[in-house]
Each structure stands twice: as structure tokens, then as C-alpha cells.
Design a protein around this ligand. Structure first.
Ligand SMILES: NC(=O)c1ccc[n+]([C@@H]2O[C@H](COP(=O)([O-])OP(=O)(O)OC[C@H]3O[C@@H](n4cnc5c(N)ncnc54)[C@H](OP(=O)(O)O)[C@@H]3O)[C@@H](O)[C@H]2O)c1
Ligand SMILES: [Zn+2]
Ligand SMILES: [Zn+2]
Length: 352
């Protein structure tokens, strides 16, 4: 075991604070990573504030991790000391079920081991995420990061990037597609960039009129303020696929009605309470589908990172120090982040 500096929530109603955690002794297949940057996902906030239910405390969030390899086990072939490395939302899975066999570890039928808040197989302790100075991960769940990219701006791709890339691929978005993105936050702004890089025409739906210019600059060809009834009506029946990244319950029907026949509305946002809809007729009227999607598999995450490096896609980031995290959560809740906070892990206070 090695003591590691971290920052975590001691309980749902308490601010995050500095703490020391134990990282496991690296095994022969493990990669030890010194963390440089960690993105701040709204899932971190949902979890740290107990919005997704009972948890084992403390919680050390963070699953958009970029760092440098500090040690490798004797069986590790894909990484060497000094390499850049990424870790996303998962650090292990059963590796034997049908989903794992298809590279869909995020749908592991025996339960994937998530980067924080899961039981670590090797130790039986809770996994702790990227709000920490170092992490030890099996090589199969470590991603390669190009040395040519902006590391801080690449960190958010490890969750926001793959969560939007995976449904765009699954639903076969291409240059002829018309794609809607709901919400211009961390996921949404990366989703706009990736869909535009694929060549799709992108419509951004937002509750924040002040984000319209940014959305166009990021690659959206249309911006619809969702409170504008006339613009919402004009959008009806126009889109092939919509990815909905909103972190709070809302009426889904206007988005379903924005789909063409056979279109799909894919829910990515995971609010703590249910949405008040859909109305059946919004689905039946044009044989539409309502679906959901969870992050993406490890191979697909590498494919996404390579795609983004090739197309120059990174997140728009605001760097924060570790101790600013609660303030960052509050600003994220107020839709004030443009468009992803990234923690400079070099600012981590010492608790060891
Ligand atoms: N499915 C998955 O695998 C997966 C992966 C990662 C995250 N998530 C979930 O996806 C959601 C979004 O994550 P994120 O990190 O992108 O969050 P975020 O940065 O806070 O963005 C959410 C956006 O939703 C819009 N929004 C509209 N009404 C809102 C409201 N009442 N409260 C909050 N947001 C509202 C805002 O955009 P406008 O200002 O443009 O309206 C906001 O910027 C979260 O629920 C998160 O847990 C799911
Ligand atoms: Zn996330
Ligand atoms: Zn499995």
C-alpha cells in the first residue's frame, strides 16, 4: 500500500476536503500513474452530494484522468515509465461475460468496476478516483494519450468525449446526418465538436441564450433556445438523432417531436429524479425511439481519443486548483462553466 494525497467528500452534505488514501501495491499487470489533470464531470457532483443515493463514504471522485506513467509491473507491455496515460470511468470488469467479450465493458453483466465508488477486486476497498495525486490501474483499462495534444484539454474526453462519441457511432451518424445536442455543458460542448468533426449538421438546444455564439463557434449550425416555443415548433421533425445531456429532469416531448420518423432520442444525462414524460404519441406518431447510453468501452475510448487527436478536438477548459472544487460544483449547477473545469492536480494539498 502507498499513501496518496487526495480530495474527497466525507458525506453527502459536507464539502470535499483533503485526505490521505491507500493505493494498492502494483501487481505485475498494473500501471502506476502520476496524475497531472482531472476533469470535473457532473457525475462527480451527483455522487459527492449523494444525489444518486446511499454511498460508502468518503468518496474521492474524478474519472477524466490524464497523467504520466511512474512505474509498470513486469507483465506490462503497452506502457513504459514516462509515457502519457489516461484513465476514464472504469478500471476493471469481469472480462468473461458476453458484453465484455464484445468490448462493451461499460455494460458488463457482472458489473464493471468504476473508477470511484466501486469495490476494488484486488483489495475489497472502494475505488478512489482522479481527485488524487496517483492511481494504480490494470494495463487493459489504461488509455494511450498522444504527446501532441493539450493534456488538460484532453482530460475531459475520458468521460465527456466517449459518452457523446459512443452513441454517435452506435446510431451511425455520418456526414449526411442531422444531429441534435441538448445542453451546452461538459458533455454537450464536446458532443457538438465531435458530431461536427464527423461531418454531421448539428443543432444545439440550450436553456442559456448567452451560449448561442459559443455553440456556433464550436460547430453547431443551428442553435435553438428551448424556451422559444416558435423555434421549437420550427425544429419539429428535422433531426435523425438527439443526444440529451441535461443533468436535471425536464420534458422530453419537445425533443422527441424534433426527430424525424424513426429517429432516436438518446438520454445521456442522469438526473437524480425521473423525467416527467414521454407522452406516448410523441413516440408512436413517427415510430421514434427513446434510448439511453452509458460511456463507452475501452477500445472505443481509445478510438475516440485517436479520432479527437486527429481532428484537433479537445474540451474548452477552465483550470481550477483542487481547493476550488466546491465552488466549481456550484458554478456547474448554475450552468456557468465554459465548458469543463479541469483540476490542476499539482495544486493538491498534502495530507500524507
Ligand atoms: N450516460 C453517461 O454515461 C454519462 C456520462 C457522463 C455524465 N453523465 C451525466 O450527464 C449529465 C451532464 O453532465 P455534464 O458533466 O455535461 O454536466 P454539465 O456540464 O453541468 O452540463 C449540463 C447542461 O445541461 C443543461 N441544463 C439545462 N437545465 C439544467 C438544469 N436544471 N440543471 C443542470 N443542467 C441543466 C445546461 O446546458 P444549457 O445551459 O445549454 O441549457 C448544462 O450546461 C449529468 O447528469 C451526468 O451525470 C452521463
Ligand atoms: Zn463523467
Ligand atoms: Zn463482464
Amino acid at each position: 500500500m502507498s499513501q496518496t494525497n487526495a480530495f474527497g467528500a466525507p458525506a453527502a452534505d459536507r464539502p470535499l476536503h483533503s485526505l490521505a488514501i491507500e493505493r494498492r501495491v502494483p501487481g505485475p499487470r498494473d500501471v502506476s500513474i502520476e496524475i497531472l489533470f482531472c476533469g470535473v464531470c457532473h457525475s462527480d457532483l451527483h455522487t459527492a452530494r449523494g444525489e444518486w443515493g446511499q454511498r460508502t463514504w468518503p468518496i474521492v471522485p474524478g474519472h477524466e484522468i490524464v497523467g504520466r506513467v511512474s512505474a509498470v509491473g513486469e507483465e506490462v507491455e503497452r506502457f513504459a515509465v514516462g509515457d502519457l496515460a489516461g484513465v476514464g470511468c472504469m478500471v476493471d470488469s469481469c472480462r468473461t461475460c458476453a458484453s465484455c467479450g464484445e468490448g462493451l465493458e461499460q455494460y458488463c453483466e457482472n458489473g464493471a468496476t468504476f473508477t470511484y465508488g466501486s469495490v476494488e477486486k484486488e483489495t475489497g476497498r472502494m475505488t478512489a478516483g482522479g481527485y488524487s495525486s496517483a492511481i494504480v490501474v490494470d494495463q487493459d483499462f489504461v488509455l494511450r494519450i498522444s504527446p501532441d495534444v493539450d493534456l488538460a484539454a484532453t482530460a475531459p474526453l475520458l468521460c465527456a468525449g466517449i459518452t457523446t462519441y459512443s452513441p454517435l457511432r452506435h446510431w451511425n451518424v455520418g456526414p449526411d446526418s442531422k444531429v441534435g445536442v441538448v445542453g451546452l455543458g461538459g458533455l454537450g460542448h464536446v458532443g457538438v465538436k465531435i458530431a461536427a468533426a464527423i461531418g454531421a449538421a448539428v443543432t444545439l438546444f440550450t436553456t442559456s441564450p448567452g451560449k448561442a455564439d459559443d455553440a456556433r463557434a464550436l460547430g453547431a449550425s443551428e442553435v435553438v433556445v428551448s424556451t422559444d416555443a416558435a423555434r421549437m415548433k420550427a425544429a419539429r421533425g428535422t433531426l435523425d438523432l438527439i443526444v440529451d445531456t441535461v443533468a436535471a429532469p425536464h420534458d422530453l416531448d419537445p425533443y422527441l417531436r424534433s426527430l424525424r420518423r424513426d429517429g432516436s432520442l438518446v438520454l445521456l444525462g442522469a438526473p437524480p429524479a425521473p423525467h416527467p414524460s414521454p407522452a406516448v404519441f410523441a413516440l408512436t406518431a413517427s415510430r421514434r425511439s427513446l434510448a439511453g447510453s452509458n460511456i463507452g468501452g475501452i477500445a472505443e475510448t481509445q478510438e475516440m481519443l485517436d479520432f479527437c487527436a486527429e481532428h484537433g478536438v479537445t474540451a474548452e477548459v477552465e483550470m481550477i486548483a483542487m481547493e476550488q472544487i466546491d465552488e466549481a460544483y456550484d458554478r456547474m449547477l448554475a450552468s456557468e462553466v465554459k465548458y469543463r473545469f479541469v483540476i490542476d492536480i499539482g495544486s493538491m494539498p498534502s495530507a500524507v
